[in-house]
Design a protein around this ligand. Sequence first.
Ligand SMILES: NC(=O)C1=CN([C@@H]2O[C@H](COP(=O)(O)OP(=O)(O)OC[C@H]3O[C@@H](n4cnc5c(N)ncnc54)[C@H](O)[C@@H]3O)[C@@H](O)[C@H]2O)C=CC1
Ligand SMILES: O=C(O)CCC(=O)C(=O)O
Length: 418
Amino acid sequence: MHELDTPTFRLAVAQFDQAAEAMGLDPNLRERLKYPQRSLVVSIPVRMDDGRVQVFTGYRVQHDTSRGPSKGGIRYHSDVSLGEVAALAMWMTWKCALADLPYGGAKGGVTVNPKQLTSGELQRLTRRYAAEILPIIGPDKDVPAPDVGTDAQVMAWIMDTYSQQVGYAVPGVVTGKPLSIGGSLGREEATGRGVVYVTLEALRHLDLDIQKATVAIQGFGNVGAHTARIMQECGARVIAVSDVGGGIYNPKGLDIPLLLSRYKEAGTPLGETKLGDALSNEELLQLDCTVLVPAALSEQITGRNASMLRCKILAEGANGPTTLEADRIVQDKGIFVIPDILANSGGVIVSYFEWVQDAQRFFWKASDIQERLHDLMTAAFQRTLQFAETRRTSMRMAALMSGIDKVAQAHQHRGLYP
Ligand SMILES: NC(=O)C1=CN([C@@H]2O[C@H](COP(=O)(O)OP(=O)(O)OC[C@H]3O[C@@H](n4cnc5c(N)ncnc54)[C@H](O)[C@@H]3O)[C@@H](O)[C@H]2O)C=CC1
Ligand SMILES: O=C(O)CCC(=O)C(=O)O
């Protein structure tokens, strides 16, 4: 499957192979789970504002559906490829299983820089992409959600396109929607809140005090910005944040609400908010801090820079931020890793709550969402820690092996290869 062969796909498969080897996974199942169950590649012709028609390429990949409908976000980014989407879909399978959600894993994407489109072009692109993937999505089949470059508005357009086709409102076809059409309280901040919940567990485990903790965050979008805000609300000092254009650093701690009002609301670039000194993304990763949160793209921590990390905890908000080579270096340095499929699972957990609420037509209070998210995430953290300690393995291998084992059980019970 040479069309899948990208660095991100190779990373996901290498992690899977390591875990499968350690757990002695059935070779037939191993061969099956290395590749997606189903991949759809679509052409998306879009009428641009200047009258031209531009054709974009989109993907929806379902890695495994043995445990339930597949679930996973949609990414709009200029580097999106089939291999990247397939890797992200595989990670979704392990993530949902690890959190005990009744879902398989999927992911979608369009190769586009959404910042270069007008709102009208973005809407037309989204509606045509939704129409093209419509045969394989649905509340009982495959349920998209936001990821890099997409948001609640994009989800609303997908929900509307799907609902127009079937003739009635189907809120459960996507999660991460606006509240007005069946979205859930707490979904927007859920991934960041989840990162904070598991970080609090890790700090407790290492006997470190959140009030004395310093935090550096790479990526200041949905995940990074909410992580920063909630970390600060919990008493930590957020000393650096960055986006694709670079970052800012203030050893006394950034004023996150003020930063958010200047950056998000007023649109001031991070470097011009005057709240800290400029620093590069590379410098941010190497800061002396208690917690480092990569919350941007994959493969940011590599064999080249891993030895320079000076954090105590690496809480992976992004998917696949650490290469295999870097993983070994980080472990040798004694850094406590909260792996992506555990650390960033708060998003899909609250997506699950949203899907359940849509099915029940009964909506929960914000406090219910937070309490249930906290319960599921701390339980998953403790199970993973216990597995890692008992089996004398890393947190990443423990998380992967737990997730893969649940998927393997589902395949075995369903008797998929009679
Ligand atoms: N949105 C969600 O609920 C979830 C997102 N994730 C993962 O978290 C990561 C971030 O996703 P979102 O916050 O949703 O995306 P987003 O589109 O809201 O934000 C992405 C951020 O990363 C920054 N960025 C992009 N390229 C960068 C680079 N080369 N260096 C530094 N920063 C860079 C962007 O400027 C932006 O601040 C992704 O890996 C995504 O897959 C994981 C679980 C759920
Ligand atoms: O909320 C969801 O369904 C999926 C979020 C996602 O794409 C992820 O966890 O990487």
